[in-house]
Design a protein around this ligand. Sequence first.
Ligand code: SF4
Length: 315
Amino acid sequence: MRKFIKPKVIVSKCIGFEACRYNGLIIKSDFVEKLKEYVDFYPVCPEVEIGLGIPRDPIRIIELGGELRLYQPATGLDITDKMKKFTQNFLDEIDDIAGFILKNRSPSCGIKAVKVYHGFKNSRTKSRAGFFGNAILERFPYLAVEDEGRLRNLKIRENFLTKLYILADLRKVKKSRSLNELIKFHSHNKMLLMAYNQENTRKLGRIIGNADKNTFEDLISKYQTVFYDIILESPQNTTNINVLMHALGYFSKELTHDEKAFFLDSVEKYRNGIFPLFVCLNILKSWIIRFNNEYLMDQTFFEPYPEELIPITVV
Ligand code: SF4
């Protein structure tokens, strides 16, 4: 059983922590509720932080003279500069964060599909990320950043959680300043990283191979640069399938024809979006245990995040 480190996650405070929305309400998220046991949450409400009350008149993003502004129509207040200043200070201060869960479509917290209005008119021009959300995406493109709306999708949730826990592990290695820990990290995450990007995973292998020519600081910095590049894009069904098939190879002589056919059928169902990935992973896990394969047992690919977080239905 993999031992998980609790990742640090910043969350929009209105998602299950405080009734701080403009209308004085709180958002219910079963996923965030469930996650409370497995991550360290740091809730923040940027609008309250810049001095807006609860409840308050809603704010919106407007495009004025080619510039985007954060504006409160009912009061005529322009809070763009306050929000930018708060965001910069806040993001300068945070440390060791693995991810963010942000309220969707908020002009402050949203990471996409936030309405932008045409000046002071009620017509919309386009959509984009909110002021706080956008700054996070720009500054931390490699972290796990999602909104609670998108996290209702199982695949997005799987990718988000996978990234959260691998980032928390890498941070622990960094803090340990131990080459052995880095080697162990790389070896345990090899198959998972392969699912992200084979070529860059080999590059990481070469960086580890040249470990003796570097100080730990140089080494981890080189490793981290390539690692962040790898996790920028989520694994695809096809790359996950490549790794599943590679893992099957470890048992091909021991399995019956029917067992293999059953597995291949599940892989096809995963390819076609009928099964989630963890169905295939669970079949492989049962064989890892049965044949006591120590190498695969240590691979995070088979248990990328705590299995209690797997449930398919999330409200
Ligand atoms: S979306 Fe962000 S700014 Fe708006 S209430 Fe929630 S935490 Fe506050």
